[in-house]
Design a protein around this ligand. Structure first.
Ligand code: GSH
Length: 212
């Protein structure tokens, strides 16, 4: 299967999950601002929303929305600890977290900070919203290693990916020690190290191509 991916994008979470599950994915790096694939194909043909991640399925269809793609992959390995069985309350807890991460943290939280078009007078409000949500995460993590308990799940891959954008936004997480420890704990996972190395290699390749 192919994962349509972007350096520093939320698609990193999907790559982490696939590596955790041992599902090989071919990474296709999308030029998201220009909506182009490396071979010049219009990315809107893959995902009419123009967003990453998208996953090309074995039957040739495309699946979008990171939270759904991660569940699709986890359901391919039903015995893994990465996600609870569909229909159980434990599964709804994971979905509850992923809905929060996708809507409140990603879109409602970090996105206005990332977008150049955000009016200057909204930036402090958006930053404060992010800080409030990070503090709340920190409080939640005071009593557990991962979002839903003692084990790492797809919700943690998702949450980690978005919360790591604090680095790009110069938000210091040290005031929230439980959140900081959580990020460090996840950073040490082999899947995360490998997914970030792939991202770095693509960033270097792309910088060289731009320079030459
Ligand atoms: N709801 C989607 C949002 C995906 C999304 O916003 N991806 C960003 C990269 S992190 C993107 O492709 N943005 C380009 C755009 O919106 O035009 C999901 O959670 O997968």
């Amino acid at each position: 299967m192919k994962l349509y991916h972007e350096v520093r994008g939320c698609s990193l979470a999907v790559d982490i999950v696939a590596r955790e599950l041992g599902i090989p994915l071919e990474l296709i790096w999308v030029d998201v601002p220009r909506k182009l694939l490396p071979d010049g194909t219009d990315y809107y043909k893959i995902n009419p929303k123009g967003q990453v991640p998208s996953l090309e399925l074995p039957n040739g269809e495309f699946l979008s929305e990171g939270a759904v793609i991660m569940q699709y992959l986890a359901d391919m390995r039903p015995n893994s600890e990465l996600c609870a069985t569909a229909g159980t309350l434990a599964r709804y807890r994971i979905m509850e977290w992923m809905s929060f991460v996708a809507s409140d943290l990603h879109k409602g939280g970090f996105m206005p900070l990332i977008k150049k078009v955000t009016p200057d007078d909204y930036r402090p409000i958006a930053r404060q919203l992010v800080m409030t949500r990070l503090k709340w995460l920190n409080d939640h993590l005071a009593e557990r290693d991962y979002l839903t308990g003692p084990t790492f799940t797809i919700a943690d891959a998702h949450c980690y990916t978005i919360v790591m954008w604090t680095e790009y936004q110069n938000i210091d997480v040290s005031p929230w020690p439980h959140l900081q420890a959580y990020l460090q704990r996840i950073s040490r996972r082999d899947s995360v190290i490998a997914a970030k190395a792939a991202e770095r290699a693509e960033a270097e390749r792309s910088a060289k191509a731009t320079a030459s």
